[in-house]
Design a protein around this ligand. Structure first.
Ligand code: CUA
Length: 314
């Protein structure tokens, strides 16, 4: 079902979001009707000057009280369960999802494809392929919004957020920034083009070609000197990073963390925050020394040498 006031449904899950919205609207309308309706009716019936029976009516029974309490509770919990299911499905990207890096800045969207191709205020996607967006902001809070996919996710500075979807329909759709982010917020818009897999492959080869994030990350890993300590060094004892991504890392303070993108990012920028158990806090911070693109490239490289079969961070 596609209601004309709603945007097109162009992703897996869009239909469910719509059904949920419609169900909420119908329920809300129902409860407005059965509460506001009698209020209006009684206001009319018992208006001043009208001759009516104004004695108190019969006291309600326990059965009546229990019924009207239980029914809405069941309805509310049912809606909660339904939306929680939809939410969890939207949160957890499949491990094989193609990863696109998105950086928001005043006032544009920059995207980079796994093969290296970059684009600005545009996003080209193959139809039917699960895509995961790894997103961050270079300055203020933005919000990545594709109405046709029913996806909207805040994009925050100093932090990664993710979102995933499967485009289901070839076509061109709107891309918005949905968080007021300054003077030209309303111009921070673009297009999403969903194309066939073959057309997407073809598109990747057009225009300016760039190094893939994984290759760029591998290069940076050498250039920034990460490999000096993290690869078989006997001068400085540093954790080896092969297989780290997606694993559980025990920390010095007794906690354990999952080595997801957040962990990799923070370990590079705030190396003193989560020291791996058994190691000394000797790593320098790279805060202010590398760009968001470079960080994402390093993260992509560390993931490429760390992906465990069937595992992976959420
Ligand atoms: Cu970016 Cu509004």
């Amino acid at each position: 079902m596609n209601i004309p006031i709603l945007p097109e449904q162009a992703s897996l899950g869009a239909r469910e979001v719509d059904h949920l919205t419609i169900a909420l609207c119908i329920l809300t309308a129902f409860f407005v009707a059965i509460t506001a309706g009698p209020i209006l009716y009684f206001a009319f019936k018992y208006r001043r000057g009208r001759v009516v029976d104004r004695r108190h009516g019969p006291i309600k029974t326990l059965r009546f009280e229990v019924t009207w309490t239980i029914m809405p509770v069941i309805l509310a919990l049912g809606l909660f369960a339904w939306s929680a299911k939809a939410y969890f499905e939207q949160r957890h990207a499949p491990v094989n999802a193609m990863e696109i890096h998105v950086i928001g800045k005043q006032w544009m969207w920059k995207a980079q494809h796994p093969q290296g191709k970059r684009e600005i205020n545009a996003l080209h996607l193959p139809v039917g392929v699960p895509v995961k967006m790894l997103m961050t902001s270079q300055d203020v809070i933005h919000s990545f919004f594709i109405p046709a996919f029913r996806m909207k996710q805040d994009v925050l500075p100093h932090r990664y957020t993710t979102e995933w979807m499967v485009p289901t329909k070839i076509g061109t759709y709107h891309l918005f920034c949905a968080e007021y982010c300054g003077t030209d917020h309303s111009r921070m818009i673009g297009t999403v083009t969903v194309m066939s897999k073959a057309e997407y492959e073809q598109w990747l080869t057009t225009g300016e070609q760039a190094e893939s994030p994984v290759l760029a990350g591998a290069r940076l890993f050498q250039q920034l000197g990460c490999s000096g300590c993290h690869v078989g060094s006997n001068v400085v004892r540093a954790p080896q990073l092969t297989g780290v991504y997606g694993s559980v890392v025990p920390l010095q303070d007794g906690r354990s963390v999952i080595a997801d993108e957040r962990y990799l990012r923070d370990s590079i920028l705030l190396p003193g925050a989560e020291i791996v158990a058994g190691y000394d806090p000797v790593m320098p911070s790279f805060q202010g020394r590398i760009s968001e693109e470079e960080l994402m490239a390093l993260t992509a490289y560390l993931k490429s040498i760390g992906q465990k079969e069937g595992g992976g961070a959420p």
